[in-house]
Write a protein that binds this ligand. Structure first.
Ligand code: UDP
Length: 259
């Protein structure tokens, strides 16, 4: 459990450890170092807000036609590699092996480390799902539930929801409303959300609730859980072309950069 309360939040990784992929930043940071950094941010007196993005190929592809998504990633305090697609791109474009720090592993790791000290707000997924996720997380990790809200509301309701989160005094806000939307929401409302760590984490609330399965351990070890997700979920079949598009994009970018 974390009881230390340093007055100032620890600094994000040095600039030298930040790469650029298609005009977006990527921090070269391991899962353990991510957990250390976020732990420091959450338990400082200042409670300054920080946004965390777990970058995946779909978000890169979407950012190219949605400048507001790109901006939310560009100004994020930490951008980790969610999966093997990003590791591949960093290898091709920078010749570097970047460690992965996927959204689920970050969230589960923080819950395991900080238990009851950690106040978590669950924001996202279909009505009723965040409640189940919160109950399960409280049972399995002993965390404190700061609040829950589903992720199906329109832009005019953003402020009401942000106010609700802001009043909850959470350390950690899990914003799971789909790639792009969740990052722009966290960035736009960061001051109102009033929590030291705001993380966009896709299907994590569904996994915690048991309404979506975590990809099998072997796919996660190999960093290929996206294959399992695309094949196993009809809804995602239309996304496979986007992943192929990503490989084409990486190849073209490599050529453009002369690498
Ligand atoms: N979701 C949401 N509001 C929306 C769209 C999606 O809360 O308007 C939730 C959805 O129920 C799921 C999560 O966001 O729990 C991730 O959705 P999806 O798999 O579509 O997004 P991804 O993160 O893979 O882009």
């Amino acid at each position: 459990m974390t009881n230390a309360r340093p007055a100032h939040p620890p600094a994000p990784p040095a600039d030298s450890a930040r790469l650029e992929l298609f005009g977006l930043p990527l921090d070269v940071i391991s899962l353990d170092a991510t957990l250390d950094l976020l732990g420091g941010w959450m338990f400082t007196q200042s409670r300054a807000p920080h946004t965390v993005v777990t970058l995946n190929p779909e978000l890169i592809v979407q950012s190219r036609s949605h400048p507001e998504f790109a901006n939310a990633v560009q100004v994020a305090d930490l951008v980790t590699a969610d999966g093997v697609g990003i590791v591949y791109a960093a290898r091709q474009l920078h010749g570097l092996e970047v460690p992965r720090a996927p959204g689920f592993d970050i969230v589960a790791g923080l819950m395991k480390r900080h238990g009851a000290d950690l106040r978590v707000f669950f924001l996202g997924a279909k009505p009723g799902v965040a409640e189940v996720a919160a109950q399960n997380a409280a049972r399995d990790y002993g965390i404190t539930v700061a609040g829950v809200h589903h992720g199906y509301f329109d832009l005019p309701e953003d402020q009401r929801v942000a106010d609700l989160v802001g009043a909850s005094n959470a350390h950690l806000v899990l914003t799971a409303m789909g790639g792009g939307r969740q990052e722009t929401f966290n960035q736009y409302w960061r001051q109102v959300l009033n929590a030291p760590v705001l993380i966009g984490c896709g299907g994590v609330i569904d996994v915690l609730a048991g309404t979506a399965d975590l990809a099998p351990a072997w796919t996660r070890r190999m960093g290929v859980e996206w294959i399992w997700r695309v094949v196993g979920d009809r809804k995602r079949w239309n996304r496979a072309p986007r992943l192929a598009q990503f490989v084409t994009l990486v190849r073209a970018e490599k050529k453009r950069l002369g690498r």
